[in-house]
Design a protein around this ligand. Structure first.
Ligand SMILES: [Zn+2]
Ligand SMILES: [Zn+2]
Length: 381
């Protein structure tokens, strides 16, 4: 079994501070755990929430929760996965036995929330420590802004060998969150009101998750697919991925602009920004019986002032969707299969690439400028 090792990792010591690239100690994998060599990690907005203090976690912490790599070693009691296998991390491990796991909604597994609560792995303990011996924490049981991760077997999904790590990494958060919300929440079965082809969809926010919603909506034949974002550059990418109309937000009354495109309003609005104003604009863009789906995280405690009478009189629904309401174990490999088959071209989702040493630059560029999902390339094979 692998002994403890020293490795480079991006550590958050306190909110508001830049990440520190430093040598940390990583213990070998324990029972039911894996050592994974990280190849690529996504620059997801959720990590930024921890850096700014909008969300809190146990500190110091090695950030990174969206990534892919190669299994380097397995601990005792691990079956069905071996060194050399390609894996994607999931930021909610699943027990596989509880009610939510059994109905195919592992993101809601109570055991899976232990890592978030403790800063440890599935058993609540950490394998990380700083160079001076002080303990360090995992983020959501993953911590992939590092050369290696030790994770619970339940925190990875095995994927076909040879999958591009750039694409694979993003399926673990952005892609499954966005495409999953369309497939699992909006439904692709073509039955029932507001579900079939020709259904109007608004996507607010054209970052990694929003682009994935656009792609999912295009795959199920939605029309129109209206993307709204502050950046005209991002909207251009959205258009190339299937958005039929775009709105430069901030310059226009969003709901008014949506109604100019689809006069009655859209049946579905997906909000990937996590801001009260855009959630309200999403609700105001709906046609009667329409649904607003909140998929972007906000700072802890943030609330939305929604117009009560409009909700009632126009028969609207406002719902949330965590992790695309997906069965990650089944659906992440399936999305990669669709990509391989040319039915879901994920190659346009990855954006600018950075080495681990430039992770602070990657996050500095995130809020406004970057197009597509930024990637940290760590140890590509
Ligand atoms: Zn994420
Ligand atoms: Zn469970």
């Amino acid at each position: 079994m692998t002994a403890a090792r020293s490795m480079r990792a991006a550590v958050l010591h306190a909110p508001g501070e830049p990440l520190r690239l430093e040598e940390v100690r990583l213990a070998g994998p324990g029972r039911g755990e894996l050592l994974v060599r990280v190849q690529a990690a996504g620059v997801c907005h959720s990590d930024l929430h921890y850096m700014t203090g909008d969300l809190t976690c146990r500190l110091p912490v090695v950030l990174g929760h969206e990534g892919a790599g190669i299994v380097e070693d397995v601990g005792p009691g691990v079956s069905g996965i071996e060194p050399g296998d390609a894996v994607v991390f999931t930021w909610r491990p699943r027990c596989g036995r509880c009610e939510f796991c059994l109905i195919g909604r592992p993101a809601l597994c109570a055991a899976g929330q232990v890592p978030a609560a403790t800063g440890g792995l599935l058993d609540g303990t950490s394998r990380l420590s700083l160079g001076d011996g002080r303990p360090a924490h995992h983020l959501m049981g993953v911590s992939c802004f590092a050369e290696f991760c030790v994770v619970a077997r339940e925190s990875v999904v095995r994927i076909p060998a040879g999958t591009s790590p750039r694409i694979a990494a993003l399926t673990g958060c952005a892609v499954i969150t966005g495409v999953g919300a369309v497939l699992n929440v909006m439904g692709a079965d073509g039955t029932g009101p507001g579900r079939g082809p020709g259904t109007g969809v608004l996507v607010i926010g054209a970052g990694g998750v929003g682009l994935a919603v656009v792609m999912g909506a295009a795959m199920v034949g939605a029309y129109p697919i209206i993307a709204a974002d502050l950046s005209a550059e991002r909207l251009e990418v959205a258009r190339s991925l299937g958005a039929t109309h775009t709105i430069v937000a901030g310059q226009a009354d969003l709901a008014g602009a949506v109604r100019e495109i689809q006069p009655g309003g859209v049946q579905w609005a997906f909000e990937a920004v996590g801001q009260p104003e855009t959630l309200v604009a999403g609700a105001r863009s709906l046609r009667p019986t329409g649904t607003l789906v909140a998929i972007g995280l906000s700072r802890a405690g943030q609330t939305v002032p929604l117009p009560i009478n409009e909700l009632v009189q126009r028969d609207l629904r406002v719902i949330g969707s965590l992790y695309g309401s997906s069965n990650t174990v089944v659906q992440i490999p399936r999305l990669l299969e669709l990509h391989q088959a040319g039915r879901l071209d994920l190659s346009r989702i990855p954006g600018p690439e950075y080495p681990l040493a430039e992770i602070n630059e990657a996050y500095a560029r995130l809020p406004s400028q970057s197009v597509g999902r930024g990637l940290i390339l760590i140890g590509e094979s």
